[in-house]
Design a protein around this ligand. Structure first.
Ligand SMILES: Cc1cc2nc3c(=O)[nH]c(=O)nc-3n(C[C@H](O)[C@H](O)[C@H](O)COP(=O)(O)OP(=O)(O)OC[C@H]3O[C@@H](n4cnc5c(N)ncnc54)[C@H](O)[C@@H]3O)c2cc1C
Length: 484
């Protein structure tokens, strides 16, 4: 351990974001580049505590105290080698992981945690600059052929691991380019697509094949894939969005968040010649859903110069500090203000949506809402809400994005055709990642689901089923979890 008293002398400092007015003019990454010296100083805050909770807080089990120490000692190559023992793609997690490791950092007990995510990003970017990141070196080929269906972070991680084990891997992707939600969900200001391309190019150099525009179960028969491969890994994600079935849903101007984000991302990537079909310049926008997807809609709408943006959430406004029910090292259910929120947006909590209002031509022009109050029902012990009398209002709007999460994977196609068994939430049921078919495996959101947990029911000490109309607090550690 480099400096046992580092945390007493140095305060936490994150990487500086670009000025809001400047960054709103483009879709480039929000954070400014930083220096090795700055990051090494931050790494010296790591206490190398006896039981590193950061390590168990990280879904990948990253060896955090070890790489922090190497960075502090200016041993960047050693830090890189430690980091990649557990993490296939630190350049993704170093940018977009919500960092449960930092929530679990022991320093967080009475101080601010170590900036672990930034350190991770700096280690991998340093490694790329130095040329240390090389295609996989495969010593022995197994002679087995594996098909990976879906190229999101789960499919990419699976392909990378199988390639390292000497298998011949082909990744099938129905979209034009690989990356899944890394490419078509998450906007460039959080993750520039050159970062995804750089990794995919490296994987191709390692011998992994990518077949895009291949919608398995539709364009290509799953039986053909089965006949041609020894095993299949399903990594198709959780793609069926939660809808809001209230009156007026059919109004022109009501969209799922992903329809908006995907089109915008394709446009920024040069994949669309004209402005995307859903564009919000000078429009009054409402985003329904207070999670990451909602925040990404806010950031994108601001860059498209929307007239106004309001984000509404069913749950009540979280506290700024941990409460009695989410003590360290649990994930804190606190108010989160993302860089997209900082760029401008009205946020409202404890709001129930009642009706989309449309004009005679069917165009959306308002959203009827009612204020609600949350309380624990003394009879059932469940967190529930009541509508506040006389609080109904109509918010003017031209566009609404529904960002209320995802229900489960698409069943029509591969899952139906193969007869894959599902769990009680509609995700692929597995044991040790193996489905009911011995040659078919599953990983990522298709297996684990889009992790939505009720903040309130967690506070009440239980997990309850979601109702169609409720929006849930999301624990956003999914990219790293999806790699599992
Ligand atoms: C807008 C948005 C923002 C997010 N931001 C964050 C964040 O900041 N941090 C974080 O940790 N998590 C975030 N998440 C969650 C994270 O992106 C997902 O948990 C993760 O991408 C899931 O990975 P996956 O590989 O399982 O699935 P996906 O990324 O969904 O990839 C599945 C892929 O499979 C392909 N596919 C599906 N069916 C077929 C088929 N039949 N044939 C061929 N291909 C098929 C799809 O086209 C897709 O490319 C965000 C999610 C969204 C929607």
């Amino acid at each position: 351990m480099g400096d046992p008293k580092g945390f007493l002398k140095i305060s936490r400092e994150g990487i500086e974001p670009r000025n809001v007015l400047e960054r709103l003019k483009d879709y480039k990454e929000i954070y400014k580049p930083t220096t090795e010296k700055f990051v090494a100083k931050q790494a010296s805050r790591c206490m190398d505590c006896g039981v590193p909770f950061c390590n168990s807080g990280c879904p990948l089990g990253n060896l955090i105290p070890e790489f922090n120490d190497a960075v502090h000692m200016d041993e960047w190559q050693k830090a890189y080698e430690i980091l990649i023992q557990t993490n296939n793609f630190p350049e993704f997690t170093g940018r977009i992981c919500p960092a449960p490791c930092e929530a679990a950092c022991v320093l967080g007990l009475n101080n601010l945690p170590v900036t672990i995510e930034n350190i991770e990003k700096q280690i991998i970017e340093h490694a790329f600059t130095e040329g240390w990141v090389k295609p996989n070196n495969i010593s022995e080929e197994s002679g087995k052929k594996i098909a990976v269906i879906g190229s999101g972070p789960a499919g990419l991680a699976v392909a990378d691991q199988l390639n390292k084990a000497g298998h011949q891997v082909t990744v099938f992707e129905r979209n034009e380019k690989p990356g899944g939600l890394l490419r078509y969900g998450i906007p460039d200001f959080k993750l520039e697509k050159s970062v995804v391309d750089r990794r995919v190019d490296l994987m191709k150099s390692s011998g992994i094949s990518f077949r895009c525009n291949a919608n398995i179960g539709f364009d290509i028969d799953i039986a053909e894939i089965e006949a041609d491969h020894d095993a299949i890994v399903l990594c198709g994600g959780s793609t069926i969005p939660r809808d809001l079935n209230i009156p007026g849903r059919e109004a022109t101007g009501v969209h799922f968040a992903m329809d908006f984000l995907e089109k915008s991302n394709k446009y920024i990537d040069g994949g669309l010649q004209q402005l995307p079909a859903i564009h919000v310049k000078d429009k009054k926008v409402i985003v329904i859903g207070g999670g990451d997807t909602g925040a990404d809609c806010v950031g994108t709408a601001n860059r498209q110069c929307a007239a106004s943006i309001t984000q509404i959430e069913l749950l009540s406004k979280p506290d700024l500090q941990r409460g009695d029910n989410d003590p360290w090292p649990l994930w804190p259910m606190i108010l989160r203000t993302s860089t997209s929120h900082e760029e401008g947006c009205q946020r409202e909590w404890s709001i129930q949506t009642k009706k989309f209002i449309k004009n005679e031509s069917g165009m959306l022009n308002g959203l009827e809402i009612v204020k609600i109050e949350w309380a624990i029902d003394s009879k059932t012990g469940r967190y529930d809400f009541i509508e506040i009398a006389d609080s109904t209002t109509i918010i003017d709007c031209d566009v609404v994005f529904i960002a209320a999460g995802f229900l489960h994977p698409q069943k029509v196609g591969i899952l139906d055709q193969l007869g894959i068994e599902l769990d009680n939430r509609g995700n692929v049921a597995t044991q040790n990642y193996q489905t009911n078919l011995s040659h078919v495996f599953a990983a990522g959101d298709i297996r684990r689901g889009n992790l939505w947990l009720s903040g309130r029911s967690m506070k009440a000490g239980k997990q309850q089923e979601q109702s169609t109309n409720s929006l849930w607090v999301k624990l956003n550690w999914k990219v790293s979890m999806s790699m599992l």
